[in-house]
Design a binder for this molecule. Structure first.
Ligand code: CTP
Ligand code: MG
Length: 160
């Protein structure tokens, strides 16, 4: 794989990264579970999932796709990203992992996985299987590294 292929992969997945990270800034207000509890006595999703964050993330990812020249793909990736992020929180609550507590696989990879599933019909136009595998490994490493950096900088209490 040469540099231009890696750059293309990065551009392809950028809407998903933007959709995944923008809710931190755009979120707030009504929580997606309307503060309701599941049958196990825990919150369905928790206060970390808000409607503003959901639709803000979808909007930012989709708008980036308009600028990059692939709005439909970006829209599918963005909706998939936020659905995956929401599903990840649902699973974390069922596993008794509190809001904001880390779950390495669920936090770093579910969003990408579900984004790729949503964009599945369009994927062959943009990436091959090696590209998808590269993105999964690359995303995981990037998340782990950025958490370590955020810890060193004093932005996060724990390095994961
Ligand atoms: N956020 C939001 N709405 C969403 C997703 C995220 O408002 N649909 C905001 C929340 O302020 C959240 C922050 O972005 O705290 C970081 O997102 P994330 O790490 O996904 O949430 P956590 O707080 O870690 O909660 P969870 O344990 O459920 O993942
Ligand atoms: Mg989190």
């Amino acid at each position: 794989m040469d540099y231009s292929q890696i750059l293309n992969l990065f551009i392809f997945i950028l809407p998903a990264y933007l959709a995944n990270s923008s809710p931190v800034l755009l979120g707030g207000g009504q929580s997606m579970d309307f503060k309701r509890y599941f049958s196990d006595g825990k919150r369905i999703l928790g206060d970390g999932k808000t409607w503003r964050g959901f639709f803000g993330g979808v909007a930012v990812g989709t708008i980036s796709g308009f600028l990059l020249g692939f709005p439909l793909l970006a829209f599918l990736l963005s909706v998939g990203t936020l659905v995956g992020d929401t599903a990840g929180s649902f699973i974390k609550r069922r596993m008794n992992i509190g809001r904001g507590k880390q779950s390495l696989i669920l936090d770093q990879l579910t969003f990408l996985f579900v984004a790729l599933i949503f964009a599945y019909p369009l994927l062959p136009e943009y990436v091959d299987l090696y590209g998808v595998l590269f993105l999964l490994v690359f995303t995981y490493i990037m998340h782990v590294l950025s958490n370590i950096v955020a810890h060193r900088m004093g932005w996060k209490k724990v390095p994961w």
